[in-house]
Design a protein around this ligand. Structure first.
Ligand SMILES: Nc1ncnc2c1ncn2[C@@H]1O[C@H](COP(=O)(O)OP(=O)(O)OP(=O)(O)O)[C@@H](O)[C@H]1O
Length: 514
């Protein structure tokens, strides 16, 4: 890869990969903080085009350019589809890097490498987390169909994504959904799918075969994650929020039943099956728990959340499911409302700021009360007042405690605890039910189980939580009405099976050839 020399912007050059400097772009704001680097919204100086710059994190890389970035670049260079994020070019920063305060950062002598992507206004997690956000049925169908179309394209091109989750599904204000973050993706071959790592896919979206230790797997792993996303869209919150791998498996078994040789031939040969097979009978309860879902949605979900990967529905067959061909039909993406930009990073940051403001306000109120109760009667003459002043935040009698305003952001309404329950409830107690070496020792310490020490940071961190942040575990099926309303603002568009708003019949809809 050619690296731009110091001072060489190559601003007018038609971008050959890696030849241009990052200085061709003006960074506008940070929109993502991934395990492998920061993501910025930026403007190309020459054209004014808005893009996303993903900085490849090099600071922890003793062994040169990170393998995840190499994979992502290699795979994205060969994938071209309207439901897969477009990697436009690679740019470099040749000179010393500065951090946001203008100080040189620790990585300054290595130079920075950035991937330039088309910009997307939202990720699905950020969008779903907007206060008061509720997706209509035809909106869910529209997103699901795009997700499956993009994934079908990847699978036909022998690419497994291996990290399908809401924050990796990007959505623009035209209603287009694109698969992003191919850092864990890899090519597979239909005849040889052995010896892949089972330590992929963010825990809540990880299928049972990987949790049980298989190293021979294929596209069905992505389809499990799609099932989890689908149920989450309908239900309004994650359905398997496990806090570690054993709890994750247990949550899956509680809803989908325990695997055995009848429902999953060959399961007893999977490496860790004996360590995790349930000690009590566990029936499949999916239909009962989600009985309020529409019949076709439930049928499709059943086939996505099938324990045996060889019986799990493929992306292609899912696109043919009745669900997408019955009223209300998937809406035209362009008919969807436009929302202000919402990325998971920003919504999390905003919640954090809100919490900090509330704590500051509480502290100030407390301080104010203490000062009031300590005031000697003489204070009323003014003398006491002077004693109260030395601090930087004099109490404001008669006014509510001052809450420091946060940095500017896109959102109108602040969201705090009062704005309704979080989609991610606080951690509950893991319930048992599986046969684990540490079972009964208390404290949920599964460290000596078959899982090797975690090595790759947050998605696989010992917390087991997808991404950083305050997401807790705890199950919650059936609590509250499912986020599923028939009709809705975009639901009345049906023209009947066979000719939906996206145009074409069942076999014409994918827009690309194998
Ligand atoms: N092209 C884009 N347009 C807009 N936002 C983007 C784009 N690419 C990434 N983002 C934002 O940045 C976040 C992190 O990006 P990405 O998942 O590619 O990084 P990562 O380092 O691999 O993260 P993770 O640790 O979550 O896997 C996304 O969730 C999304 O909100």
């Amino acid at each position: 890869m050619a690296i731009a020399a110091p001072g060489q912007l190559n601003i007018t050059e038609s971008p050959s990969w890696g030849s241009r400097s990052v200085d061709c772009f003006e960074k506008l704001e940070q929109i993502g903080e991934g395990t492998y680097g920061q993501v910025y919204m930026a403007r190309e100086i020459l054209t004014g085009e808005i893009v996303a710059l993903k900085k490849i994190r090099m600071d922890n890389e003793r062994e040169g350019f990170p393998i995840t970035a190499i994979r992502e670049i290699k795979i994205l260079k060969k994938l071209h589809h309207e439901n897969v994020i477009k990697l436009k070019e690679i740019v470099t920063s040749p000179g010393p890097e500065k951090d946001e305060q203008g100080k040189p950062d620790g990585n300054k002598y290595k130079g920075g490498i950035y991937m330039v992507f088309e910009y997307m206004d939202h990720d699905l997690t950020g969008l779903a987390d907007r206060p008061g956000m509720r997706f209509s049925v035809s909106q869910i169908k529209c997103y699901m169909r795009q997700l499956l179309t993009g994934l079908h394209y990847c699978h036909v091109n022998q690419v497994l994504h291996r990290d399908i989750k809401g924050s990796n599904l990007l959505i623009d204000n035209e209603g287009n959904l694109k698969l992003a973050d191919f850092g864990l993706a890899r090519s597979f071959s239909n005849d040889h799918n052995g010896n892949l790592t089972n330590r992929v896919i963010t825990l809540w979206y990880r299928p049972p075969e990987l949790l049980l230790g298989t190293t021979r797997y294929g596209p069905a792993v992505d389809m499990w994650s799609v099932g989890c996303i689908f149920a989450e869209l309908l239900h309004g919150k994650p359905i398997f929020p496990g806090k570690d791998e054993p709890e994750q498996l247990n949550k899956i078994f509680e809803l989908c039943g325990a695997p055995d040789e009848v429902n999953w031939p060959g399961v007893s040969k999977i490496p860790w099956y004996n360590n995790f097979k349930p000690t009590r009978p566990m029936k499949r309860r999916l239909r009962e728990v989600f009985r309020l879902f529409d019949r076709h949605a439930l049928e499709l979900l059943e086939r996505m959340l099938t324990l045996d990967p060889s019986q799990r529905i493929s992306a292609k067959d899912a696109l043919d499911a009745e669900y997408f061909w019955t009223d209300p039909l998937p809406c035209d993406p362009k008919s969807l409302p436009k929302y202000e930009s919402s990325h998971e990073f920003q919504t999390k940051k905003k919640r954090q700021q809100q919490r900090q403001h509330e704590e500051t306000a509480k502290r100030q109120k407390l301080q104010h009360q203490q000062q009031h109760t300590r005031l000697p009667p003489i204070q009323q003459s003014g003398q006491g007042h002077a004693q109260m002043r030395p601090g930087p935040n004099p109490p404001m009698h008669g006014n509510p405690p001052q809450v420091v305003a946060g940095p500017s952001h896109h959102y109108g309404k602040p969201r705090g605890p009062s704005a309704g329950p979080s989609r991610y409830p606080q951690s509950g107690n893991p319930s048992g039910g599986y046969n684990h070496p540490n079972r009964g020792q208390g404290g949920g310490n599964y460290g000596s189980g078959p899982y090797p020490p975690q090595g790759r940071g947050p998605p696989y961190g010992s917390s087991g939580m997808p991404g950083a942040g305050p997401r807790g575990g705890g199950s919650g099926y059936g609590s509250g009405a499912p986020n599923y309303s028939q009709g809705g603002p975009y639901g009345g568009s049906g023209t009947g099976r066979g000719s939906n708003m996206m145009g074409g019949n069942r076999n014409q809809q994918y827009g690309w050839q194998q």
